[in-house]
Design a protein around this ligand. Structure first.
Ligand code: NAD
Ligand code: ZN
Length: 675
């Protein structure tokens, strides 16, 4: 630092000015706050070493930047200042020591401690109790007139309450957007496929800069007061800061309920512990604490630097939002087979911990946010919440970024990946084989309603899996007593019992077997329906999606899951392994089918509207009699039962010379069959 040249300082000042312009004027920061704070600290350090190099245009000597021009410029009656920062406990102790020294005080100093709301400073002017003007801070000397938008904030009185206020009263505070409003607003933007705001501060700034006050009214900004500007000479400020704020409150002005008066360094530190705990649950975002010397008489003595009061300091909290490089997007396969994209990041400190991975939720979200590999991204971690990638920093997008694509096959097992209907979820279809889904698949396979293998608990499955002994369900049938007995908490006797249970499970039913495969959406009932309809595993495996739709309980989505599941070579290997292991079942009985039913093994089509039975009931009755009910008429059709207003199917049946029954005829025939 000591060998720094004046030219280097000029370059640094130039850079910080550029950043200020982008941040304050364009609302489009070029670097993260942490990066900015670093550069700014460098500037202060150099200027401390070389006070002779300080110029009036240095960013250390100015607040913010010149406001935009599309609102009317207003020169502040009393300049608006920024705050000096304390980044750690030592900075804070230094601050209170400086105050004590300057005031020559032997006793502890009393401070007002209050949340540092993350929004924008505003000056609101009342004349004779009436709100006449509201202005942004701007560069501290000149701000923008945003009266029309401030008037829409419900908690800001258009007329002061009570009495005793001065003829001219300027109050100052922070305009911000609550987390709730921010989330709802962003959800709305997202649903319209528009780019959401990066954070509540940005959203509040954007809202305040709207020309149409209706928009600000809808967005519901909030405001708390923490200071004042010009005050008419017809009123005397009380002796303490907190008393002044209380008086404002009595006039109907909104003030922060979490502000407290604390004593000395210890009190400051206790308040820090209190507020950092509370931070997560607060309804709005805060980026630190502001401590202000409470005795107003001292403010004169302490005075101001070029930029900030010497009687106040902002103790910054660890940033909840930082920028870092997105190195890659990796896929994690969950236990249900869902593929989740995970951001691999250049490690960065956020919210007090080092983060190198963050969730990206799903593919739709990545597309919507337009996050690309190689981007600088904004990462958030609020409280204990899992770190999240908010979005890319477009201003810093390098040229060689790549768009993310979902793999077509599972990175764990190479099976096909499908996107679920109407959902943003991509899923691996190798349920029986996929290592990521292993534990879940095995737990399901052995469960009571599936293969019912008693004694194979979760712990044992986990251990067998971890050791690579049982990777897929068919491996269970290769276990021997010796291997099992060597597992934790297992003895030969219990191992033998498990082996017996495994052997017993070889004799099962087709329905149980189908259920045990864990095909997505195929529960116990669907498995039974499939077994009863097709009577053989081959039948189910070979059925097309169209054909599967004829089975009770099977809709489009289920049918697709079934087809894709059986298409996976790896799943087939496991199924073959199971059959080879000796799993077998009797051909399912069609319980109520009477041999002499004239509908037994007949192909029947229902068409037109039935009067006496619902379509489902009719279908069930026919199936109970051993018929196969299909949806379309072909040469294989044996009967067509035609209700009223039967159309093309009836015509086709007639063309093909197929027997057509009316509803009444059919019911009569059924009566005969049953009787
Ligand atoms: N990323 C960038 O490029 C970039 C550029 C410029 C500034 N910044 C960020 O902005 C900061 C500087 O901004 P700043 O000058 O507005 O200062 P600041 O936001 O750090 O602190 C001053 C402001 O705090 C607000 N505040 C909130 N609660 C308050 C309370 N209870 N009492 C008093 N004031 C309260 C007021 O608006 C006040 O103007 C930097 O530290 C940096 O984090 C970032
Ligand atoms: Zn897989």
């Amino acid at each position: 630092m000591s060998d720094i040249t004046q030219a280097q300082l000029e370059k640094l000042k130039q850079r910080i000015s550029e950043l200020n312009y982008a941040y304050y004027v364009l609302d489009n920061p070029l670097v993260s706050d942490a990066q900015y704070d670093d550069l700014y600290k460098q500037l202060l350090d150099i200027e401390e070493l070389h006070p002779e190099w300080i110029t009036s245009d240095s960013p250390s000597q100015r607040v913010g930047d010149k406001p935009l021009t599309h609102f009317e410029s207003v020169t502040h009656a009393v300049p608006m200042f920024s705050l000096d920062n304390a980044f750690n406990q030592d900075d804070l102790i230094d601050f209170q020591r400086r105050v004590k020294d300057r005031l020559n005080s032997q006793v502890e100093i009393e401070f007002s401690a209050e949340p540092k709301m993350d929004g924008l400073a505003i000056n609101i002017r009342y004349e004779n109790g009436v709100l006449v003007q509201a202005t942004t801070r701007g560069d501290g000397l000149v701000g923008e007139d945003v009266t029309h938008n401030i008037r829409t904030i419900q908690s800001v009185p258009l007329h002061l309450m009570g009495a005793g206020w001065p003829q001219v009263l300027e109050v100052r505070g922070e305009v911000f957007m609550s987390k709730k409003v921010f989330n709802a607003l962003n959800a709305e933007y997202i649903s319209r496929d528009e780019k959401p705001f990066a954070n509540p501060r940005n959203a509040a700034a954007g809202t305040l800069r709207q020309l149409d006050p209706k928009i600000a009214a809808q967005r519901k900004l909030s405001l708390y007061l923490y200071g004042w500007g010009e005050i008419g000479s017809d009123w005397q400020l009380p002796s303490t800061y907190d008393a002044a704020i209380s008086t404002f409150k009595s006039w109907g002005l909104p003030t922060n309920p979490d502000a407290q008066v604390v004593m000395g360094a210890q009190g400051m530190s206790d308040y820090y512990d209190f507020l950092i705990q509370k931070r997560v649950e607060m309804p709005y975002e805060i980026d630190g604490i502001v401590y202000k010397v409470n005795a107003l008489s001292t403010h004169q003595t302490l005075g101001f630097t070029a930029k900030a009061p010497r009687w106040a300091i902002a103790r910054k909290f660890p940033a909840e939002e930082v920028w870092t490089k997105l190195l890659d997007i990796e896929i994690q396969v969950g236990r249900t087979g869902a593929l989740t994209p995970v951001a691999r990041l250049e490690p960065v400190a956020v919210g007090g911990v080092i983060v190198s991975n963050a969730t990206l939720h799903n593919k739709d979200e990545i597309d919507r946010k337009d996050v690309r590999i190689g981007d600088i991204v904004i990462v958030r971690r609020a409280g204990d919440v899992i770190p999240e990638v908010v979005g890319p920093v477009l201003a810093q997008r390098p040229q060689n970024v790549t768009k993310f694509t979902m793999p077509h096959t599972c990175p764990e097992c190479d099976s096909e990946v499908i996107k679920e209907h109407d959902k943003a979820v991509y899923r691996c279809t190798g349920g029986l084989f996929c290592p990521a889904q292993r534990k879940r698949a095995l737990q399901h396979f052995v469960s009571r309603k599936a293969m019912d293998i008693v004694g194979l608990g979760d712990k044992l499955i986990e251990q067998l899996g971890a050791l690579g002994i049982v990777k897929h369900p068919d491996d269970l049938y290769r276990l021997d007593v010796e291997t099992l007995a060597s597992m934790d908490r297992m003895a030969e006797k219990s191992a033998q019992k498990v082996i017996n249970a495994i052997n017993t499970s070889k004799t099962t039913t087709l329905a149980r077997f189908v259920f045990s495969l864990g095909i997505p959406e195929v529960g116990e009932v669907t498995a039974k329906n499939l077994a009863n309809y097709y009577l053989s595993l081959e039948g189910i495996q070979q059925a097309t999606k169209e054909q599967l739709l004829d089975v009770d309980d099977v809709g489009e989505i289920v049918a697709e899951h079934i087809v894709t599941f059986f298409q996976q070579a790896h799943n087939q290997e496991v199924i073959q392994g199971l059959i080879n292991a000796g799993i077998h079942w009797p051909v399912p009985e069609q319980s109520t089918v009477t041999e002499d039913s004239m509908f037994a093994n007949k192909v029947v089509v229902l068409t037109g509207s039935l009067q006496q039975l619902s379509r489902t009931d009719a279908k069930q009755k026919l199936e109970a009699l051993g018929a196969k009910v299909t949806g379309s008429v072909s040469a294989k059709t044996d009967f067509v039962i035609a209700g009223e207003k039967a159309g093309s199917k009836l015509t086709k049946a007639e063309q093909l010379g197929i027997s057509v029954l009316t509803e009444a005829e059919w019911i009569e025939m059924m009566g005969e069959t049953n009787g």
